[in-house]
Ligand binder design. Structure first.
Ligand SMILES: Cc1cc2nc3c(=O)[nH]c(=O)nc-3n(C[C@H](O)[C@H](O)[C@H](O)COP(=O)(O)OP(=O)(O)OC[C@H]3O[C@@H](n4cnc5c(N)ncnc54)[C@H](O)[C@@H]3O)c2cc1C
Length: 380
């Protein structure tokens, strides 16, 4: 990518995702939110267009695209619904972990269907007693012959109860990050159960449940990478996941800004259109400016991850923190510019505010993003 323009092929990818969002997602997003409906059929359609394994290698069934392509896609899909786009991003993250750290057999077994989104995957790290301090996780995987036997509970798992594969970080050894391994647990495994669908502020178009393991037996052949490398695998997944979530904030916020521009052009007060008041013009200008800055950070950090730069993790953390904070702020300002109508669900802005709020919390809170950035700046 040149610093200032996207090449034609990336513009085509973005436009494909934008059209899909406009035709297949946006018209139904408010209903899905109200009905708490998880649109698996639409995710499958996205999979058929190559969006189920965006940055998975082509020889393993994926689209073989870059992290920057993925950011463009998730940003575009989120203009239709940030929640649907964000779920697809988690599915892509979990599938990529299988591509990157799995064996040839594991890739052959799981990736083709995951890339077409015929099967869907969840990412299971957080537990009731450990979120930010993920290395303190307590779910155990006890070795018994050729199997692991899992016991414990994962908390806040996106897609849980509705997806086919669970990529699970569990303790196979000592306390701390070196005692963690990554296991792929099929939904059909005996002993696997789920909590009720959480009642949430937003992200209603995807379920969030506990995933509960009770003497849940999976073959050792389902482990990704070596025993004890699971924490590293989990963190590698999150580098890309954070950029994707940041990109979802960009798309949601852009949609809210577009709605605010259209509304202030129409609405009149004190004998003028709202967008003729300079105070509001300046607010719109600031919203567009900050969104553009966030966009550049996400694109630059995605390119950094594509190149494998040494500071890619830090740049992803910076970009996730900035883009999700700006995204929420812009959406909230857009609501304000709609006056009382912004508070009504039919205008679609309050849903975006509710959806984008959680992006400041998940895939590492924005406090943890600052911790990662600071670690690279301040020597112990
Ligand atoms: C809707 C939703 C979907 C989710 N989906 C998934 C999923 O699919 N898979 C998954 O594994 N997890 C998922 N999560 C979990 C999410 O990643 C965690 O909620 C998040 O990492 C924070 O963990 P916690 O909630 O335990 O908060 P805590 O870690 O308890 O943090 C509480 C507060 O303390 C702050 N804090 C903690 N430690 C520090 C520190 N050292 N310095 C400064 N501040 C600190 C935090 O930033 C936060 O503000 C999801 C969460 C939600 C709400």
């Amino acid at each position: 990518m040149s610093l200032f323009t996207l090449p034609e092929d990336q513009i085509a990818i973005r436009d494909m995702a934008r059209d899909f969002a406009a035709e297949r997602i946006a018209p139904r997003a408010l209903d899905w939110d109200a009905d708490k409906h998880f649109p698996v059929d639409v995710l499958r359609e996205a999979g058929a267009l190559g969006m189920g394994g965006i940055y998975i290698r082509e020889e393993h069934g994926g689209s073989g695209l870059t992290r920057l392509d993925a950011a463009l896609i998730f940003e575009a899909l989120a203009t239709g619904c940030p929640t649907v786009s964000a779920f697809l991003s988690i599915h892509n993250m979990a599938s990529w972990m299988i591509d990157r750290y799995g064996s040839g057999q594991q890739r052959e077994r799981w990736l083709p269907e995951l890339c077409r989104a015929e099967t869907l995957a969840a990412y299971c790290l957080t537990e009731p007693g450990s979120g930010s301090d993920a290395a303190a996780l307590r779910t155990t995987a006890r070795r018994e012959g050729d199997d692991y036997v899992l016991n414990g509970t994962k908390q806040f798992i996106s897609g849980a109860g509705a997806v086919d594969l669970y990529v699970v970080m569990a303790r196979t050894g000592e306390a701390g990050p070196r005692g963690i391994s990554t296991l792929v647990v099929p939904a059909t495994t005996p002993g696997l159960s789920f909590g009720p669908n959480e009642r949430k502020m937003g992200w209603n178009a995807q379920p969030t449940r506990q995933v509960i393991f009770g003497e849940c037996r999976v073959p050792v052949a389902n482990r990704l990478g070596e025993e004890g490398t699971g924490f590293r695998i989990a963190m590698a997944g999150l580098d890309g996941g954070r950029l994707n979530i940041g990109a979802c904030s960009l798309g949601g916020a852009q949609s809210a800004l577009d709605k605010a521009l259209a509304y202030t052009r129409e609405r009149r007060a004190f004998g003028k259109r709202l967008d003729e008041f300079q105070a509001l013009q300046f607010r719109l200008a600031d919203m567009a400016t900050e969104l553009e800055a966030a966009r550049l950070m996400i694109y630059a950090a995605a390119s950094s991850l594509d190149r494998g730069d040494a500071d890619a993790t830090q740049r992803a953390a910076m970009a996730k923190r900035f883009a999700t904070d700006v995204g929420f702020k812009v959406a909230n300002e857009a609501l304000q510019l709609h006056g009382g109508y912004g508070y009504l669900s039919e205008y679609g802005v309050e849903k975006i505010v509710r959806d984008l709020r959680v992006h400041q919390i998940l895939e590492g809170t924005n406090e943890i993003m600052r911790l990662i950035v600071a670690r690279g700046l301040v020597q112990p």
